[in-house]
Ligand binder design. Structure first.
Ligand code: AMP
Length: 445
């Protein structure tokens, strides 16, 4: 691995003691901040939650997001398991019989069923909860093992079903599997924000077949943070968008322009904007079919009196690094002087400072997408600068999942953010202003 990444790791270790203290303080601080937000939140989620129901003695099916990365059967990042604990613990304390379910990765072949089993999750959850989570190993998910395990449950006990995607109907919201899931429970709780933008059996189908369908704490927290940021933000509200392609974020750009005070664009998508402004962008990533769209957005920002910040300089190289973390020779050039044979792979130093200054002046910041090819340490500086500026501000900072969440966590800034979304795609669709089917399916208050 390269020197940059090692240096980053050494810095993280050196900061460890300080981090532990800071973690405690920030956790208390953000917990308090969240409680205050909830208390005064007029835009709050108008859905019933686990606080609105009595589950004592009832069978409660909880859709979680246990889609964790696994290497050789070991969980390499357990953030999603930890994020699910508050809801599970609450339901245990209330005396429910807790039946957990989740998907894990994509299941396309029979072999996938060997590697995509949720068995390791049951083992780790047992440790995290300090009580047994019984794993119901059933290839058809709701099969004889699951039925017998649920039948034998006592109040406060926990069972985990097998990967919901072992059933082909899951992603098609098919009736048979939805009915199977509903037959196991009296109450349904959806706490899987990561799949809330999809209508599947285990979040939407089952919800339509039970009388009581509510959201869990994680789902509520996600929607509260994202919803408040977009609908009732403390201003100035700065939105930062990066990542590879403009096409993936068309509706987000348009919707956020209406809601924010400043929209910052970085990453590969910035170069389509720069080309739309008539600049030479060399061999940088570009989507020529979206040039008119970018012009429209620039005009929309002007019309609405919003600041739209684009890079003023860029880090360029002769070619995309291969492999992605390979050593690479780069130079920092003005966006008015990108050589025809060079490719922009990160925002430049001046741009990083300009973006950090905009963050400093903000009261609310939403960030989705890296500023450059952050997988390469030489090209990660823009992303690091933005992450650092978010870590240092007192503003409410919300990370919209995916790569920016990974970057923030790798850099050790995770605890400094007000909220890191557990759902990349779902948070993007939320920021587009779309209704999420997984949320819509829960009972209204
Ligand atoms: P997304 O999934 O759209 O958030 O895009 C994330 C990806 O965008 C990361 O893998 C980055 O390496 C990539 N990316 C960021 N900046 C650039 C750039 N200037 N050129 C090419 N790819 C980029």
């Amino acid at each position: 691995m390269s020197v940059g990444v090692n240096a980053l790791r050494i810095r993280c270790v050196a900061a460890c003691v300080h981090e532990q203290v800071a973690k405690w303080i920030t956790n208390v601080h953000f917990d308090l901040k969240y409680k205050i937000i909830r208390r005064f939140n007029s835009m709050g989620l108008n859905k019933k939650s686990v606080d609105d129901i009595n589950v004592a003695g009832k069978k409660v099916l909880v859709r979680c997001d246990f889609n964790v990365p696994l290497k050789d059967g070991k969980i390499t990042d357990e953030n999603r398991l930890v994020a699910a604990l508050p809801t599970i613990k609450k339901l245990i304390a209330d005396g429910g019989k807790i039946i957990l379910c989740s998907h894990l990765g994509k299941v396309k072949t029979e072999e996938d069923k060997q590697t995509k089993t949720l068995a390791p999750v049951a083992a780790r959850l047992s440790e995290l909860l300090g009580q047994e989570v019984k794993f119901a190993a059933d290839l058809e998910v709701v099969g004889p093992n699951a039925k017998a395990a649920v039948e034998a449950m006592k109040d406060g006990e926990v069972v985990l079903l097998e990967n919901t995607r072992f059933r082909a109907e899951e992603t098609k919201n098919g009736e048979a599997f939805s009915k199977d899931l509903a037959s196991l429970c009296d109450v349904f709780v959806n706490d899987a924000f990561g799949t809330a933008h999809r209508a599947h059996c285990s979040n939407v189908g089952v919800a339509s077949l039970v009388d009581t369908a509510v959201v869990g704490y994680l789902m509520q927290k996600e929607i509260d943070f994202l919803g408040n940021a977009v609908e009732t933000p403390d201003r100035p509200f700065v939105a930062i968008l990066g990542g590879a392609k403009v096409a993936d974020k068309l509706n987000v750009i348009s919707n956020l322009l209406e809601k924010c005070d400043t929209l910052i664009i970085g990453g590969g998508m910035a170069f389509t904007f720069l080309k739309a402004q008539g600049k030479e962008i060399g061999t940088s990533l570009v989507d020529d079919t979206k040039l008119d769209y970018c012009k429209e957005m620039i005009a929309k920002a002007e019309k609405l009196g919003k600041k739209l910040l684009l890079p003023v300089d860029a880090v360029v190289a002769g070619a995309f690094p291969n492999p992605i973390d390979a050593e690479i020779a780069v130079e920092n050039v003005s966006v008015d002087a990108i050589p025809a044979d060079k490719m922009g792979l990160d925002i430049g130093a001046e741009t990083a400072k300009m973006y950090a200054d905009a963050v400093k002046a903000a009261k609310t910041v939403v960030w989705n997408g890296p500023m450059g090819v952050f997988e390469n340490p030489v090209l990660a500086k823009g992303t690091i600068a933005v992450a650092k500026s978010l870590a240092e501000t007192d503003a409410t900072t919300i990370i919209g999942g995916g790569d920016s969440a990974a970057a923030v966590n790798i850099l050790g800034y995770g605890d400094k953010m007000s909220h890191i979304s557990t759902g990349g795609g779902a948070s993007l669709e939320f920021l587009e202003g779309k209704e999420l089917p997984g949320v819509a399916a829960a009972n209204d208050k």
